[in-house]
Design a protein around this ligand. Structure first.
Ligand code: FAD
Length: 448
């Protein structure tokens, strides 16, 4: 089958295997010796991480059983294909939710470990990996090893944020977060420019449980960095239970639909949606955590050619200059992009390749055009110049040299891979692009 990431670029033809049970997985791995394999969860990473062109991919969507839940301690044991939506729908009514959520409920717990995902509460709660108690990992030789901060510690830290390259996670135990209700109390306000945003987010990270900024990525000059800041805290009381309403984008938009004028109009309307004095509302947790999920298949808005996402983090000390330089490059290129997201991150993650570091993270979509790699290259340089790093969960374009400078624990990660998977049975298009794994003999043959 042909698979893509959420950005629908690049695409890859793969032999996909969808086990119904973990017990079928071992057999499948033996068959993939020649071509290599990689796990795929909800397919919500944007680029080439869960792709393996010409090789195998293991789809984990049927491995989604709850294996145990302790209502007193909130420890959940589950298979890796359980999604954040599943966790919310099963456990919120008992007062528990995922401790850290990405911006989509369609991501799986296995995928969340493999990217050590962060949420809108990183300053308070760290990354998803910080809440993992143990993992069962099926290794290249077909055996399964239980790994945790105290058992096989190096392999555990390589697997958190390890992009599926150490093995397939077959089960995990995670500590859920106790919450008083199914809602959050959200405050939204307009932010007039970038200076205002940096100050407001610096305050919010200390005072609110959740915070996230939406930036109008077309605003220039004295409006550069204007947008909306959302802060929120768990609400003390429940809202009446309501299901999130979904709409679906029914077709791929033609490329002319997304142009500077249409995006400018959308962004201006989004900015004015919040009154000048700000507003407070109690909203369902689901609506706050996963606002984009109400529009299913929204990636089709970027048309058949797809899009790339750029996300980086710039450490606190350089953040003001770095984010300004990035926004100037983006607005100067006049690339039609909807809202960019600006958030704070609280510190380093547990994984050797975890993305977070204490700083400000900027994320935005770039429609895929002939000149997009050039702009991306400029953004990569600015990120490096300011001591930052690019998030691999969103990536399809970062250069191998840039990647190596951004991730100082890379050599440690490589040493673990050499020990547990010397023949590169686990591999992906991203792993080969970033020179994390050499191409397999079968892939060299095909290329020849
Ligand atoms: C709308 C949207 C919003 C997002 N917001 C955020 C955000 O706020 N914060 C954030 O951190 N990320 C965010 N993301 C990115 C997303 O959370 C990550 O890419 C996440 O890893 C996706 O999980 P998935 O199940 O879809 O995994 P996939 O995309 O299918 O795979 C991602 C990686 O996980 C590996 N993997 C999957 N299952 C297993 C397994 N069982 N064993 C071993 N490896 C496995 C794959 O090999 C691959 O390397 C967002 C994505 C979207 C589309």
């Amino acid at each position: 089958m042909v698979l893509g990431g959420w950005g629908r670029a690049p695409l890859a033809t793969v032999a996909a295997f969808r086990p119904e049970r973990v017990s079928e997985l071992r057999q499948a791995l033996i068959k993939t010796v020649e071509s290599g394999t990689v796990a795929r969860g909800g397919g919500r990473s944007y680029g080439d991480q869960a792709l393996n062109a010409g090789g195998h991919v293991v789809l984990t969507e049927r491995l989604d059983r709850v294996l145990g839940f302790d209502r007193v301690t909130g420890v959940l044991v589950a298979e890796p294909g359980l999604t954040f939506n599943d966790v919310l729908h099963l456990f919120l009514k008992h007062g528990w939710q995922a401790p850290v959520s990405p911006g989509t409920g369609f991501a799986t717990l296995g995928g969340a470990v493999a990217n050590d995902v962060h949420g809108k509460n990183h300053d308070r709660s760290g990354g998803f990996g910080d809440h993992v108690l143990w993992l069962d990992l099926m290794l290249a030789d077909g055996t399964t090893r239980r790994i945790s901060p105290t058992e096989h510690e190096a392999l555990f830290r390589a697997t958190i944020g390890g992009m599926g390259l150490t093995g397939v996670i077959t089960a995990l135990a995670v500590q859920l977060l106790k919450v008083p209700s199914n809602a959050v109390d959200r405050f939204e306000c307009r932010i007039v420019d970038l200076d205002d945003f940096m100050t407001a987010l610096s305050d919010a990270r200390a005072t609110s449980f959740y915070s996230v900024g939406w930036i109008d990525a077309l605003a220039r000059g004295r409006r550069l960095g204007r947008g909306i800041l959302e802060t929120a805290d768990p609400a003390p009381n429940d809202l009446p239970a309501t299901a999130l309403k979904h709409r679906r984008v029914p077709l791929d938009f033609p490329s002319f639909a997304l142009n500077p004028l249409s995006v400018r109009l959308f962004n201006a309307a989004y900015y004015r949606r919040v009154p000048g004095r700000g507003r407070s509302r109690r909203v369902p947790v689901e609506q706050f955590l996963y606002p984009l999920d109400s529009l299913l298949d929204w990636n089709r808005i970027y048309g058949k050619r797809g899009f790339h996402q750029f996300q980086c983090v710039i450490p606190d000390g350089q953040a003001e200059r770095g984010i300004r330089a990035l926004l100037e490059a983006i607005t100067g290129a006049r690339k039609a992009s909807f809202l960019a997201v600006l958030k704070t991150l609280g510190g380093e993650g547990r994984g050797m390749l975890s993305f977070p570091t204490r700083g400000f993270t900027l994320a935005l979509d770039l429609p895929r055009r002939a000149d997009t790699p050039d702009l991306f290259g400029r953004l990569e340089h600015i990120t490096l110049d300011h001591g930052g790093r690019i998030y691999l969960a969103k990536d399809a374009l970062v250069s191998p040299a840039g990647f190596q400078r951004m991730y100082p624990r890379l050599s440690e990660f490589r040493r673990v891979l050499e020990t547990v998977d010397p023949k590169s049975r686990f591999t992906s298009d991203m792993a080969r692009r970033l020179l994390l794994k050499p191409p397999l003999a079968s892939q060299i043959d095909r290329a020849a």
